[in-house]
Design a protein around this ligand. Structure first.
Ligand SMILES: Cc1cn([C@H]2C[C@H](O)[C@@H](COP(=O)(O)OP(=O)(O)O[C@H]3O[C@@H](C)C(=O)[C@@H](O)[C@H]3O)O2)c(=O)[nH]c1=O
Length: 189
């Protein structure tokens, strides 16, 4: 497992080893003990899986507030996507900054999005499959969205606005500055 840091403290790129043979490859996509040895101790309790049929589908930016804040470990099972984490921790030196990376079935990379970050992605292929582990259960009352095109965050999605497909909820999401329930210092781990 290769572990790379990013400009956002706590956001990590994990690339598990792949063992190829005539049949294809084998890979451990998550190994709790090995990750703990590397200092990453997260108790994941829910796995999510979604397929986006159209290229240019944007999901996010999403997060859950306390007491159900979630860390997520994201990977792509089919196709390719551009995955983004945004620091929304009040008082953080990198507050409002984003990091994005291409995750694909081919490159096998995973993005660790810690508690205190919003998460979103855009699909780069049709029928893109995303799979991610979450450290807390889905809690609709704590579920929040931030506009994917918040100008203060300024994410370069790499897909023209006209070609982006969003849910109604995401299309109507407030900016980070407009959020009535920001991620407070008290909620930070
Ligand atoms: C997120 C979630 C949704 N649902 C339901 C609610 C709803 O009826 C349906 C679709 O929900 P959404 O529109 O929120 O799905 P989606 O837009 O794919 O939401 C996801 O986006 C990415 C970026 C994330 O980071 C995730 O945490 C999650 O927020 O699935 C669950 O049952 N459990 C869950 O954990």
């Amino acid at each position: 497992m290769q572990i790379e840091t990013t400009p956002l403290t706590g956001v990590l790129i994990l690339t598990p080893a792949r063992f190829g043979d005539a049949r294809g490859f084998f890979s451990e996509s998550w190994n709790r003990a090995r990750m703990a040895e590397a200092g990453i101790e997260i108790d994941f309790v829910q796995d999510n899986h979604s397929i986006s049929t159209e290229k240019g589908t944007v999901r996010g930016l999403h997060f859950q507030t306390s007491p159900h804040a979630q860390a997520k470990l994201v990977r792509c099972g089919r196709g390719a996507l551009f995955d983004v984490a945004v620091d929304i921790r009040a008082g953080s030196p990198t507050y409002g900054q984003w990091f994005g990376i291409e995750l694909s079935a081919e490159n096998g990379r995973q993005l660790l999005v810690p508690v205190g970050f919003a998460h979103g992605f855009v699909t780069l292929t049709e029928n893109t499959e995303i799979i991610y582990k979450c450290s807390d259960y889905y809690a609709p009352d704590c579920d929040r969205a931030i506009a994917h095109d918040d100008p203060d965050i300024g994410i370069n999605w790499g897909v023209s606005r006209a070609k982006r497909i969003l849910s109604e909820k995401d299309a109507a999401a407030p900016t980070l500055a407009e959020l009535s329930t920001p991620f407070t210092r008290e909620e930070q781990p």
